[in-house]
Design a protein around this ligand. Structure first.
Ligand SMILES: NC(=O)c1ccc[n+]([C@@H]2O[C@H](COP(=O)([O-])OP(=O)(O)OC[C@H]3O[C@@H](n4cnc5c(N)ncnc54)[C@H](O)[C@@H]3O)[C@@H](O)[C@H]2O)c1
Length: 258
């Protein structure tokens, strides 16, 4: 049986995909830092990751490092974690946010595109989560959140199509199955499934027309913001969320009711 565990004051959250300026990852890194977390910004865009960490450290007065890594590559992820574990407090939180879109119709999807989308969106979460879990299991404390999508639940129907939807649906099974194996160590594993959010992943800033089309049929009549997704992820990584595991949190303005 796992007892509620004390949350250390000095703790690190690793956020993958946190370098892009208008992205969900960076908003999450900022939010976590504002709540006192040390943050590790892990992104394939190394210069942007370093710059994001510097900016966050200066603004919120917390330790932060930015490291370049391709989440689909185990060696580069291992190197990134070696740096993080050397320079920052123990890793308590992990947000798997790195991802790519795939707007190609199924019958036009080449095997190479399929493999690339699955490699970054799903294999990446496997590699990063497994690497992070070593320390979490040793310390008997961890919180992991992976970012799925409304696309997993609705079967596409958004900008991205089948490969993306399959990768994001895979993350839901991944989340529940990992949660089952690590609960005994005091580690929670959850997923969030956002609806459309105005970031750069869908080919640049969304026009008002695109936003309206994407939120059509939703109860709130608008797309979401990166800060709204960041707030939910921050809660799920935080001290008050210790009894939530294997859950998928919809955050979609009522576009999809699961
Ligand atoms: N924006 C939306 O509408 C929406 C909705 C649901 C889910 N999501 C998911 O949210 C996550 C963040 O997306 P976003 O909208 O902020 O887009 P974004 O493009 O701003 O952010 C994605 C980040 O991932 C990084 N990245 C890409 N490939 C990587 C790799 N191989 N290794 C490490 N980092 C890599 C990018 O450099 C970028 O910083 C994605 O997983 C996306 O699928 C987005």
């Amino acid at each position: 049986m796992t007892e509620p565990t004390g949350f250390p004051a000095e703790r690190t959250a690793v956020i993958t995909g946190a370098a892009s300026e208008r992205g969900i990852g960076k908003a999450t890194a900022r939010r976590l830092a504002s709540e006192g977390w040390a943050v590790a910004v892990v992104d394939v865009a190394v210069t942007d990751a370093e710059r994001a960490a510097e900016e966050i450290s200066a603004r919120y007065d917390v330790p932060a490092v930015g490291v370049g890594a391709d989440v689909a590559d185990p060696e580069s992820v291992n190197e990134a974690f070696t740096t993080i574990e050397r320079e920052l407090p123990p890793v308590v939180g992990l947000a798997n946010i790195a991802g790519i879109s795939s707007p190609t119709a199924f019958m036009d999807t080449a095997v190479e595109e399929w493999d690339r989308v699955l490699a970054i969106n799903l294999r990446g979460a496997f590699i990063v989560t497994q690497r992070a879990l070593h320390g979490m299991i040793d310390r008997r404390l961890g919180r992991i959140v992976s970012i799925s999508s409304i696309s997993a639940q609705r079967g596409g129907g958004t900008y991205s199509k089948v490969a993306y939807s399959a990768s994001k649906a895979g993350l839901l099974g991944f989340t529940r199955a990992v949660a089952r194996e690590v609960g005994e160590f005091g580690i929670t594993v959850n997923a969030v499934a956002p609806g459309p959010v105005d970031t750069d992943i869908m080919g640049g800033t969304l026009t008002e027309d695109r936003k309206q089309a994407m939120s059509a049929g939703g109860m709130l009549g608008r797309v979401g913001t990166a800060d709204e997704i960041a707030a939910l992820i921050t809660y799920l990584l935080g001290p008050d969320a210790g009894y939530i595991t294997a859950a998928t949190y919809d955050i979609n303005g009522g576009i999809q009711v699961s």
